[in-house]
Design a protein. Structure first.
Length: 236
């Protein structure tokens, strides 16, 4: 069993495990309980009422957080001609086709997100065994396979994050940094929950948002009242 440090014990000691917190209070606690010497990420874990073992209940998509994640993202675009030029003008870090594919096949993955025009997917598909396990494979459902590469690049740079249910039906998404104002974290959380609600599968029955926990990179998880989360999402 992993040993719990003094700082973590002190942070956990400030939590009331018998209650669910309102989003604003929970995120304020996350900020107060962060004890690392770096600007920790603020992460959200949402337990959904779905069974990802069934393909019609997999929840996957992307959302542009109104205040970003506090982290700059390196974007690679597979495109040719005018679309390659549009991607470069929009701020893409790497743009190309066969040359980028060859670099990736040789083991290079120095980027955070890959975007591709539909005509490039034949080339990109050959890289699936490398990009897939790293979560870097372009996908139409997350807006990373598109002819509008300029918009895709700009949105990613502004703070677009992808989400996908894991085996247990949980979605993990970063919504900012502990240095963010609470109001910005709440608005980012609201945008995420709103996107998840809109992505609700028709096959999902009963309560959909079943549990929400927020935490910093090193800090303890703070449970949030799902009903209160729905309240802030409705105002998104």
């Amino acid at each position: 069993m992993a040993k719990v440090g003094k700082k973590m014990k002190a942070a956990e000691g400030r939590l009331d495990r018998t209650r669910l917190y309102a989003p604003e209070e929970a995120l304020q606690l996350v900020k107060e309980l962060a004890f690392a010497k770096f600007d920790e990420s603020v992460d959200v874990a949402v337990r959904l009422g779905v069974d990802p073992r069934h393909s019609d209940q997999v929840v996957r998509g992307a959302v542009v957080l109104p205040h970003g994640t506090g982290r700059s993202r390196t974007v690679l675009v597979f495109a040719k001609g005018d679309k390659a030029r549009e991607a470069q003008e929009a701020g893409a870090d790497f743009v190309g086709d066969e040359d980028l594919a060859e670099r990736i096949q040789n083991g290079w993955t120095g980027f955070d997100t890959a975007v591709a025009t539909p005509d490039m997917m034949g080339l990109v598909g050959r890289l699936g065994k490398i990009l897939g396990p790293k979560g870097l494979m372009p996908n139409p459902r997350t807006g990373t396979v598109t002819m509008d590469v300029a918009t895709a690049v700009r949105e990613i740079k502004l703070g677009k994050v992808e989400y996908r249910t894991e085996k247990a039906g949980i979605v993990h998404v970063p919504i900012g940094r502990v240095s963010f104002p609470v109001e910005h974290l709440v608005e980012n959380l609201a945008a995420l929950i709103d996107a998840l609600n809109k992505a609700r599968p028709a096959a999902a029955k009963g309560q959909y948002i079943r549990g929400v926990t927020v935490s910093s990179t090193m800090g303890p998880g703070v449970p949030v009242n799902p009903l209160e989360v729905s309240r802030v999402a409705q105002g998104a």
